[in-house]
Design a binder for this molecule. Structure first.
Ligand code: NCD
Length: 319
């Protein structure tokens, strides 16, 4: 049960480290209420009527941008999307000016994705509206970690203390890995990572994880397996010999997944490179909760928008 005194009103959501367990519980509880709204015939409540949200995306996105947008719309807010490629950024405008321009339209929140680590923090320093980090380079993707926690709990794993969670793939370039490691450590899980040595950050152990060279060791007895996309757009060449070799040595296939617990929760933030980091069969298997992650992404982002924009007003007000 969330602590009634906790409020995220006016707060920027930049990473998982700056959220307390009580604040995370409030987001989970609110996301649960939002999920009930999503199941209604008419998926619309007036909680954010008269409020405006701008999504400012400097990187491509399908699910994150759309789910923040539709989440705002289900809550009655006006939502406008800006993508860098169609904006004055291509005319040479700097990030600060773009953010201040957006702020001057009197929006209440800016949802921002940017290829550079720290961009959302910078935006929070220069702008008054709530800033929600929808991914900054390889640094953080807090809403993904929140929706993943919601999905794991919904799959029956309410208490993560002592649960083995394996994150496999491109840890080096993945903001999902960093945010999820932070989240699961905060929730008491036993976090393991595996991937090619070239795709593991230096001193990765200091993040509080057990590191494996072989993916099989990470998967053995795992309660949750989170497969990460190979971030081809961020990588320098030559970090692994070929995609075929990657799939052969590190790809999560049925044989490897069978090493995990029978009731393992299989996650992938998407988009999937099927046949590379994850086989077709595993992507479709009964344990996969990849579609649920997308659906829970909407509920979780509704919760984030509602809690940050509406401040102290608690969840009873969503009607
Ligand atoms: C993730 C991202 O953008 O970091 N995708 C997402 O938000 N659903 C993961 C990825 O692109 O691999």
């Amino acid at each position: 049960m969330a602590n009634a005194k906790v409020s995220l009103g006016g707060r920027d959501i930049l990473d998982i480290a700056s959220l307390s367990v009580d604040e995370i519980e409030l987001i989970m509880q609110t996301a649960g209420e939002m999920k009930k709204v999503l199941k209604r015939d008419i998926k619309k409540v007036p909680s954010l009527r008269g409020k405006s949200i701008i999504t400012l995306f400097y990187e491509n996105s399908t699910r994150t941008r759309t789910s923040f947008e539709i989440a705002g719309k289900y809550l009655g807010a006006d939502v406008v999307n800006i993508s860098a490629s169609g904006s004055s950024v291509v005319k040479g405008e700097c990030l600060r000016d773009t953010i201040l321009t957006v702020q001057n339209m009197d929006c209440d929140a800016i949802i921002m994705r940017h290829p550079i680590e720290g961009a959302a923090k910078f935006a929070a320093e220069v702008a008054k509206p709530v800033i929600i980090n929808a991914g900054d380079g390889a640094h953080a993707h807090p809403s993904q970690a929140l929706l993943d926690l919601f999905t794991i709990r919904e799959d029956g794993k309410k208490d993560l203390h002592g649960k083995k969670i394996a994150i496999v793939g491109d840890i080096l370039y993945s903001r999902v890995a960093r945010s999820n490691i932070a989240m699961w450590n905060k929730m008491g899980a036993d976090v393991h990572v595996a991937g090619p040595m070239t795709l593991l950050p230096q001193c990765v152990e200091e993040l509080g994880v057990t590191v494996h060279k072989r993916v099989e060791e990470a998967l053995e007895g795992a309660d949750v397996v989170d497969v990460l996309r190979i971030q081809l757009e961020r990588q320098k060449n030559g970090l692994f010999p070929t995609t075929r070799e990657y799939a052969r040595i590190f790809g999560v296939n049925e044989k490897r997944l069978a090493l995990a617990k029978p009731d393992v929760t299989l996650l992938h933030p998407g988009p999937m490179n099927r046949g590379l980091e994850i086989s077709w069969e595993v992507g479709l298997c009964d344990n996969a909760r990849i579609r649920e992650e997308v659906n829970n992404g909407v509920a979780t982002r509704m919760a984030l928008e509602f809690l940050t924009i509406m401040g102290g007003k608690q969840v009873e007000n969503i009607d």
